[in-house]
Design a protein around this ligand. Sequence first.
Ligand code: B12
Ligand code: SF4
Ligand code: SF4
Length: 358
Amino acid sequence: MVNGPIIAELKHGLVEEAKRLGFASVGFTAAEDDPVRAKRLHDWIEAGYHGSMGWMEDRADVRQGPNSMWPDASSVIALGMSYAPDVDPLALDGVGDRARISVYAQGKDYHDVVKKALKALARWLVAAAKNAGLDEPQLKVFVDTAPVMEKPLGEASGLGWQGKHSNLVSREHGSWLFLGAIYTTVPFEPDTPHDDRCGSCTACQTACPTDAFPQPYVVDARRCISYLTIEHKGPIPDEFRKPMGNRIYGCDDCLAVCPWNKFAETAARHKAFAAREELVAPELAELLVLDDAGFRAFFSGSPIKRIGRDRFVRNCLIAAGNSSNASLKPEVERLCSDPDPVVAEAAHWALDQLKAAP
Ligand code: B12
Ligand code: SF4
Ligand code: SF4
C-alpha cells in the first residue's frame, strides 16, 4: 500500500480523535460496492417496503454502494455515537395519560450533533494528512439523510452486525448507536467485518406490535410505528391505530428487547443525548394543546420539530384514543374542528374510542 506506515499511523490518530470528539465506535472498510447488499436494497424497494419514502427509490443506484456514489473514494470510515438510555424504554407501555417518545428523540437532534463531530473529524484528517506529507485527501461526511446505507457499512467496518431487527447491534453498546460515515480518498487498511451474533434469538421479531418484519433482517417500513408516526403524512391506517398504543414519535420496542443491550453503558453516551426531562414521560394533556408556535418553541433543537405540529398532534390523538382516559375528552372534542383535516379525523376517531371511558 502507498505510504503504508504513514497511513497506519494516521488511522491510529483518527481513531483517537474520533473518541475525543464523542464517538463510541470507529471502523474502516473499503469503499467498494457489495453486490449482495445492492441487490437487497433493490429487492426491498421493489417490494414497496419503503412506502411513501420516495427519496429511497429516487437515488437507489447511488445508495447501493460507496463507489456508485463516488468512484474515486477509497475508504469508508464508519462511526457510531451512543445514546444509551437511563431508563427502560418500555416502562411507559400502557400508561394511559402519558405519551412515549422514542429514546433517540428525547435529547438533542442527532443529525446536528453527529454532523458537527463528523465535520470536526474531517478537518482533523485533512490537517493530519498534510502534516504527514500526504496529498490533501478528499472527503464527504454523511449522517442519515444522504443516499448511503449506514448499517451495512457499519457491519463491514466491524462496528457490530445488522440484527434481525435490521439495526446495527454492537457488543459494547447494544442497539443504541447513531451511525455516521466518512467517504475518503485515503486508502486506509480495512478492519474485519463483524459476524452475526443473533443466533436463535427472536426477541425483536416477536416484540413488534405491528408485525413489521416480513422475515428476519427485513423491515416493511409501511407497518413500522417509526415510519407511521414520523414519515407518513396522511391518516394513520386503521389497522395500526390500536397497536400504536401511546407511542407518539418513533418506536423502541424491537431495540429495547435485545439481550445485547445489557452491555450498553450510559457512561459511553454522548452528553447531547441525555434525555430532556419533559420528554421522558410527557402528559398527553399538555401535548394536545400545542399550536404551531407552541410546538416549535417546545421542540426547538429536537428532531421532533421536523414533523410539524399537525402530524405530531395527529399522533397524540391516536394515543389519546388508546388511553381510556376520559379527562382528555374536552381537548379531543375541541380538535374535532381543527383546520387540518387529518387532525380533525384523528380527533373524531379518538373521541369515539373514549366514549366508553369512565
Ligand atoms: C429509511 C430508514 C428508516 C425507515 C426504514 C427502516 C429500515 N429498516 O430500513 C424507518 C422510518 C422505518 C426507520 C425506522 C427506524 N430507524 Co431508521 N433509517 C433509515 C435510513 C435513512 C435508511 C435505511 C436503509 O437504507 N433502509 C433500506 C434497507 C433495504 O436497508 P437495511 O435495513 O439496511 O436492509 C438490509 C437488510 O434488510 C438486509 N437483508 C435483507 N435480507 C437479508 C437476509 C439476511 C440473512 C441478512 C443477514 C440481511 C438481510 O439487507 C439489506 C441491505 O443490507 C437510515 C440512515 C441511512 N442513511 O442509512 C436510518 C437508520 C437506519 N435509522 C436508525 C434508527 C435509530 C431508527 C429507529 C430505531 C428510530 C426509532 N426509534 O423509531 C427505527 C428502527 C426501526 C427498524 N427496526 O428498522 C439508525 C439506526 C442506527 C443503528 N444502530 O443501526 C439509522 C442508521 C440512522 C442513523 N444515522 O443513525 N428508519
Ligand atoms: S420500531 Fe417498533 S414498529 Fe418498527 S419494527 Fe421495531 S418494534 Fe416494530
Ligand atoms: S433481539 Fe435477538 S434477534 Fe433481535 S437483534 Fe437482538 S440478538 Fe438479534
